[in-house]
Design a protein around this ligand. Structure first.
Ligand code: SF4
Length: 375
C-alpha cells in the first residue's frame, strides 16, 4: 500500500484481467495441495510424506527415514500452533490466497517464528537428528535475525555433526553455536557461516551434500531421482525449487513417474525447470505450479492475466520459449564464470553409498545427466 499518491498498476484490459484472475484463484483453491494441504500444515506437510517414501535425508544423508519424524511433522506443528493460539495459515504477502505460512508461538503463547518451512525443519530435524520442534523454531528465529539461509545453515550443522564439532541431536549446543559463534562472527562461526562446503573443507569431511557449493535440501536424490537431476543441473546449485519433481515423483501431481527408477527423470526435470524459469519471471509464487500441472484452466488463466495487464498476446509456446531462453542465458553466464559439465554432478558419496529403506543409489551416468541440456 502506497500512501504517497503513486498511480498504481495500469491494466490494459481490466475486465479480461478480472475474469482471468477469478479462474486462476479458483484453480489455486480447488487443488488439494494448494487449497488444503499447504494452508493446513504448511510446507511441513512433507515430513511424513517424505519419511514414508524413504526420501527424508537423515543424519547427514545416511538413511531415508527419521525415527522422530512424527514429532517434527506438519500434523504435530498444526496441533502445537492451535493449542498456543498461533496461526496455522498466514500469507507472506497481502495478495496470497494459498497462505502456506504460519505463526508459531512459544510455550507462553508469545511469537517465536513464522514462515516455518519444511526444508528448515527437515534440515535441523531429521538431518541433524533433532526431534524438538520448539528448539528448531528457536533456531529458525535466530537464523532470521542473523540473516543466514535456513537450508544452507541446517545442512551445515549436519556436516558439522559429521565432523564432530557437536554431537548428533544436540539442539541446545546448536542454538548456542548459532547465537554465540555464528551470530558473533567468531573463527568457528565464520567457518560454519560459510556454509556446508566451507565446513567440509576446513574439517576434511568427504560426505558434504552440495552441488556448485550450494547445500542439497530435503529430498534424497537417490530415492527421489528426478530431484537429483534438478540438483545436478540447476544453474543456481542444488535448488529444489528450480525444477520441483517432488510433484510428479511423490505427490502424483502432473501424473506419476517412479522416483526410484531413472526412466523419464531427465525430461521431467527439464520440463519443470523450463516452466519454473518462466513462472518465476512473472513474480508468481512457485506453489501455483501444483494447480498449473493438474487443472487445465490454470496456466492459460495466468497467461491471460499477463496479456490483459500489458495488452499483449502471449501464447503457451511463447511462455515455454521464455523459460528455455532464461535457462540458456543462465547457463551461458555460468560457463563464462568458469563452470562446465563437471560441475553438473552430485557428490561422490551418493554413487557409492546406498540409502535405506530402498537401498537406492545415484546411478545416472555423466552422459545421461548431460542430456538435460539438449533442448
Ligand atoms: S506467496 Fe507462496 S510462499 Fe508466500 S505464503 Fe503464499 S503460498 Fe506461501
Amino acid at each position: 500500500i502506497d500512501d504517497q499518491g503513486a498511480l498504481g498498476v495500469k491494466i490494459a484490459d481490466p475486465e479480461k484481467f478480472k475474469v482471468a484472475a477469478r479462474t486462476f484463484a479458483k484453480a489455486l483453491l480447488d487443488h488439494p495441495v494448494s487449497g488444503q494441504g499447504l494452508p493446513t500444515y504448511g510446507t511441513n506437510v512433507l515430513v511424513n510424506i517424505l519419511n514414508e517414501a524413504g526420501g527424508l535425508p537423515t543424519q547427514n544423508f545416511k538413511v531415508g527415514q527419521f525415527a522422530g519424524a512424527d514429532k517434527i511433522s506438519g500434523e504435530t506443528m498444526n496441533e502445537i500452533i492451535t493449542a498456543r493460539g498461533g496461526k496455522v495459515k498466514h500469507g507472506c504477502h497481502a495478495g496470497c490466497i494459498i497462505q502456506c505460512s504460519q505463526v508459531y508461538n512459544d510455550k507462553d503463547g508469545k511469537y517465536l517464528t513464522s514462515g516455518f518451512e519444511y526444508e528448515t525443519i527437515w534440515g535441523l530435524g531429521a538431518d541433524c537428528c533433532i526431534d524438538n520442534l520448539d528448539d528448531i523454531a528457536m533456531a529458525d528465529s535466530i537464523m532470521d535475525d542473523i540473516g543466514i539461509d535456513s537450508i544452507e545453515t541446517a545442512v551445515t550443522f549436519g556436516v558439522a555433526m559429521e565432523a564432530g564439532i557437536l554431537p548428533w541431536g544436540d539442539s541446545k549446543e546448536l542454538l548456542r553455536i548459532l547465537a554465540e559463534e555464528i551470530g558473533k562472527g567468531t573463527p568457528l562461526g565464520r567457518i560454519l557461516g560459510g556454509g556446508a562446503g566451507s565446513v567440509g573443507k576446513a574439517y576434511g569431511v568427504t560426505r558434504v551434500p552440495v552441488v556448485k557449493n550450494q547445500a542439497i535440501p530435503a529430498y534424497d536424490p537417490r530415492s527421489v531421482k528426478g530431484i537429483g537431476i534438478t540438483y545436478a543441473t540447476s544453474t543456481m546449485g542444488a535448488d529444489h525449487t528450480a525444477g520441483y519433481t517432488i510433484t510428479t515423483n511423490i505427490l502424483n501431481v502432473g501424473g506419476h513417474i517412479d522416483p526410484l527408477k531413472k526412466d523419464g527423470q531427465v525430461e521431467l526435470s527439464r520440463n519443470l525447470q523450463i516452466a519454473t524459469a518462466a513462472v518465476d519471471s512473472t513474480g508468481m509464487c512457485i506453489f501455483v505450479a501444483f494447480p498449473a500441472l493438474d487443472i487445465p484452466e490454470c496456466l492459460p488463466a495466468l497467461i491471460d492475466m499477463i496479456n490483459a495487464r500489458f495488452g499483449i498476446s502471449l501464447t503457451g509456446d511463447d511462455v515455454t520459449n521464455l523459460g528455455k531462453h532464461i535457462l540458456k542465458v543462465e547457463r551461458q553466464f555460468n560457463i563464462e564464470a568458469g563452470f562446465n559439465k563437471s560441475h553438473d554432478r552430485l557428490p561422490e558419496f551418493f554413487s557409492t553409498e546406498t540409502v535405506a529403506p530402498h537401498n537406492a543409489i545415484w546411478d545416472f551416468s555423466d552422459a545421461e545427466i548431460d542430456e538435460f541440456w539438449n533442448f
